[in-house]
Design a protein around this ligand. Structure first.
Ligand code: SF4
Ligand code: SF4
Length: 441
C-alpha cells in the first residue's frame, strides 16, 4: 500500500510569490466576504471572480502553481481597479493593493499581448512617463492639436471612430492642455509666511505638471501661507505610480530610486504630494525597494517623510485671514487618498474652515469614479459604468462644484459631467484653498 502524498508536499517551498513578488498576504484572507459589498466591480457584475475574495483565490492558485494564467484569469484580474476599497473594510488586514500589483506584473510577464499593446505601454510607461522633456513635448503637440481646430475636425467628421485600439478613448479623455505659460512650475523656492512651521519639498509630478501646473503653483502658495518654505527639487520626474499599478514593476523601481535621489538632495522635513496615486505609492517605496540592499533603508526613510497635502495642512487650523468662497460643493474621495492612505476627514476639515463655502456630502463619495490610473483607457466599459454612477450622485447633490484631489479623478469626472452637459465644475482641493487666500493675487 502506498502512502498518499500530503498536499503540503506539492506546495512551493518558502513564501508565496509571483516571479519574486511576494503574495504571502493571500493567506491572511479568511473568506468572510465582508469586502464584497464594497467592491465596485463585484457590485456591477455580481460574479465571485470579479470580487476581492475571488481574485485573492486566483492569485493564491497561481502562486501555488495549481492554476495556469488563463485568458479568463487575466480578464478578471485586469478588471480590478486597484481602488483598494476592499483593503479598507477587510478585518483580516489583507494587503490587497500589493497582491493585485504583483498579479498585474505577472500578467505583463506571461501575457504581454499583441505588438500594438506592447508598443502602447512602452510609449507611455517607458518613454513619456520616464522622460519629462518628452512628456512636455507631447503636451505641446496635444495643445497644438486642440487649438489649431484639428481636434474639432476629427471629432465632428467622425474620423475619431476610425482611430485604432484605445486611441478613441484617449482622444475623448484628452484634457484641454493649458498654454506653456500656464504649465510653468512653481518657483524653486517659495518662502514661508511667518512664523515658520516647516521646510517642505513639493512633488510636481508628471501628468500633473503638464496638465495641472496651476494646481502645483496653488499648492506652493497655500503651503507658504501656512508657514512652509516650499522647495521644488530640480530634475524631478515621475514617481512611478502609474507603472506600478500597470504591472511595470522594474521601471517603477527605477523611477522610485531616481525620485529618492532627487528629493534627498533637498534639505526638507517633508515631501508634500497633491496627487493621490503618487502619495500612496511613494509611501510604499519601502516595500517596493525592500529587496534592494542599496536602497531599502533609504526608501523607508524617504517614505516616512511623504505627506498628502490635505493630511499635512489639516494637522493645524488653517492660518488666516481667509476670504469667503461663496459656493456649494461636494467632495469626491480619490481611492488612493481614502483607501490607499486612509485620509478621509482631513480634506473635509479643511473645507469646513473656508467662510462662505457650503459642503454637501456626496453619496458613495469613496466609490471609484472609474479613472484608476489608465483603467478608463484599458477597461472603458466598466470605467464608463462607474463614471455614470458617480456623475448621477454628483447631480443628485445639487452642488455647483465637485472638489477632489487627483488629476485622474478630475479628468474623468469632468468628462462625465461634460457628457451630461452639466455646468458643475471639478476643482482640486488646493484650488479652493488658494481662492480663499486670494488666488495668488
Ligand atoms: S474582507 Fe478580507 S478576509 Fe474577508 S474575504 Fe475580503 S479580503 Fe478576505
Ligand atoms: S481593489 Fe477595488 S475593484 Fe479591485 S477587488 Fe478591491 S474593491 Fe474590487
Amino acid at each position: 500500500m502506498t502512502t498518499p502524498t500530503p498536499t503540503s508536499a506539492l506546495a512551493p517551498v518558502g513564501p508565496l510569490s509571483l516571479h519574486g513578488l511576494s503574495v504571502e498576504g493571500v493567506n491572511q484572507c479568511v473568506h468572510c466576504g465582508l469586502c464584497l459589498a464594497y467592491c465596485p466591480t463585484f457590485s456591477e457584475l455580481g460574479t465571485e471572480m470579479d470580487s476581492p475574495r475571488g481574485r485573492i483565490f486566483t492569485i493564491k492558485s497561481l502562486a501555488e502553481g495549481r492554476m495556469a494564467l488563463s485568458d479568463s484569469a487575466v480578464r478578471h484580474l485586469s478588471l480590478c481597479l486597484d481602488c483598494r476599497a476592499c483593503e479598507t473594510v477587510c478585518p483580516a488586514g489583507v494587503p490587497y493593493g500589493r497582491l493585485i500589483e504583483a498579479a498585474k506584473a505577472e500578467i505583463e510577464r506571461q501575457k504581454p499581448g499583441a505588438l500594438s499593446r506592447r508598443l502602447f505601454r512602452w510609449l507611455n510607461f517607458g518613454l513619456l512617463l520616464g522622460h519629462p522633456r518628452l512628456l512636455a513635448l507631447a503636451a505641446a503637440g496635444a495643445r497644438l492639436y486642440q487649438t489649431s481646430g484639428l481636434q474639432r475636425l476629427v471629432r465632428t467628421s467622425g474620423l475619431v471612430r476610425l482611430l485604432p485600439g484605445t486611441l478613441p478613448a484617449w482622444e475623448a479623455l484628452l484634457p484641454p492642455v493649458p498654454s506653456k505659460a500656464d504649465r510653468v512650475a512653481p518657483p524653486r523656492t517659495t518662502l514661508a509666511a511667518p512664523p515658520r512651521r516647516a521646510r517642505v519639498a513639493l512633488l510636481t509630478g508628471c501628468i500633473q505638471a503638464v496638465v495641472f501646473g496651476a494646481h502645483n503653483r496653488a499648492t506652493a502658495r497655500v503651503l507658504a501661507r501656512n508657514g512652509c518654505d516650499v522647495l521644488v527639487p530640480e530634475g524631478q520626474g515621475c514617481c512611478g505610480a502609474l507603472n506600478a499599478h500597470g504591472g511595470d514593476h522594474a521601471r517603477a523601481q527605477a523611477m522610485a530610486r531616481e525620485t529618492i535621489e532627487t528629493f534627498e538632495a533637498v534639505p526638507a522635513d517633508f515631501v508634500i504630494v497633491n496627487t493621490s496615486g503618487c502619495g500612496a505609492h511613494m509611501k510604499a517605496y519601502g516595500h517596493l525597494l525592500a529587496d534592494d540592499p542599496a536602497y531599502a533603508e533609504r526608501a523607508k526613510r524617504f517614505a516616512a517623510t511623504v505627506r498628502d497635502v490635505a493630511e499635512f495642512l489639516a494637522q493645524e487650523p488653517l492660518r488666516g485671514p481667509l476670504q469667503a468662497v461663496t459656493l456649494t460643493c461636494t467632495y469626491h474621495d480619490p481611492c488612493h487618498v481614502v483607501h490607499g492612505q486612509k485620509i478621509k476627514s482631513e480634506p473635509r476639515r479643511l473645507l469646513a474652515q473656508i467662510p462662505g463655502l457650503r459642503v454637501v456630502e456626496l453619496p458613495e463619495s469613496d466609490w471609484c469614479c472609474g479613472s484608476a490610473g489608465i483603467y478608463n483607457l484599458t477597461q472603458p466599459e466598466m470605467a464608463t459604468r462607474l463614471l455614470h454612477r458617480k456623475v448621477g450622485h454628483v447631480l443628485e447633490t445639487g452642488a455647483e462644484a465637485v472638489v477632489t484631489a487627483n488629476p485622474g479623478c478630475i479628468l474623468q469626472i469632468q468628462a462625465g459631467l461634460g457628457a451630461h452637459q452639466s455646468g458643475v465644475r471639478v476643482l482640486h482641493l488646493v484650488e479652493i484653498l488658494d481662492r480663499a487666500y486670494g488666488g495668488g493675487a
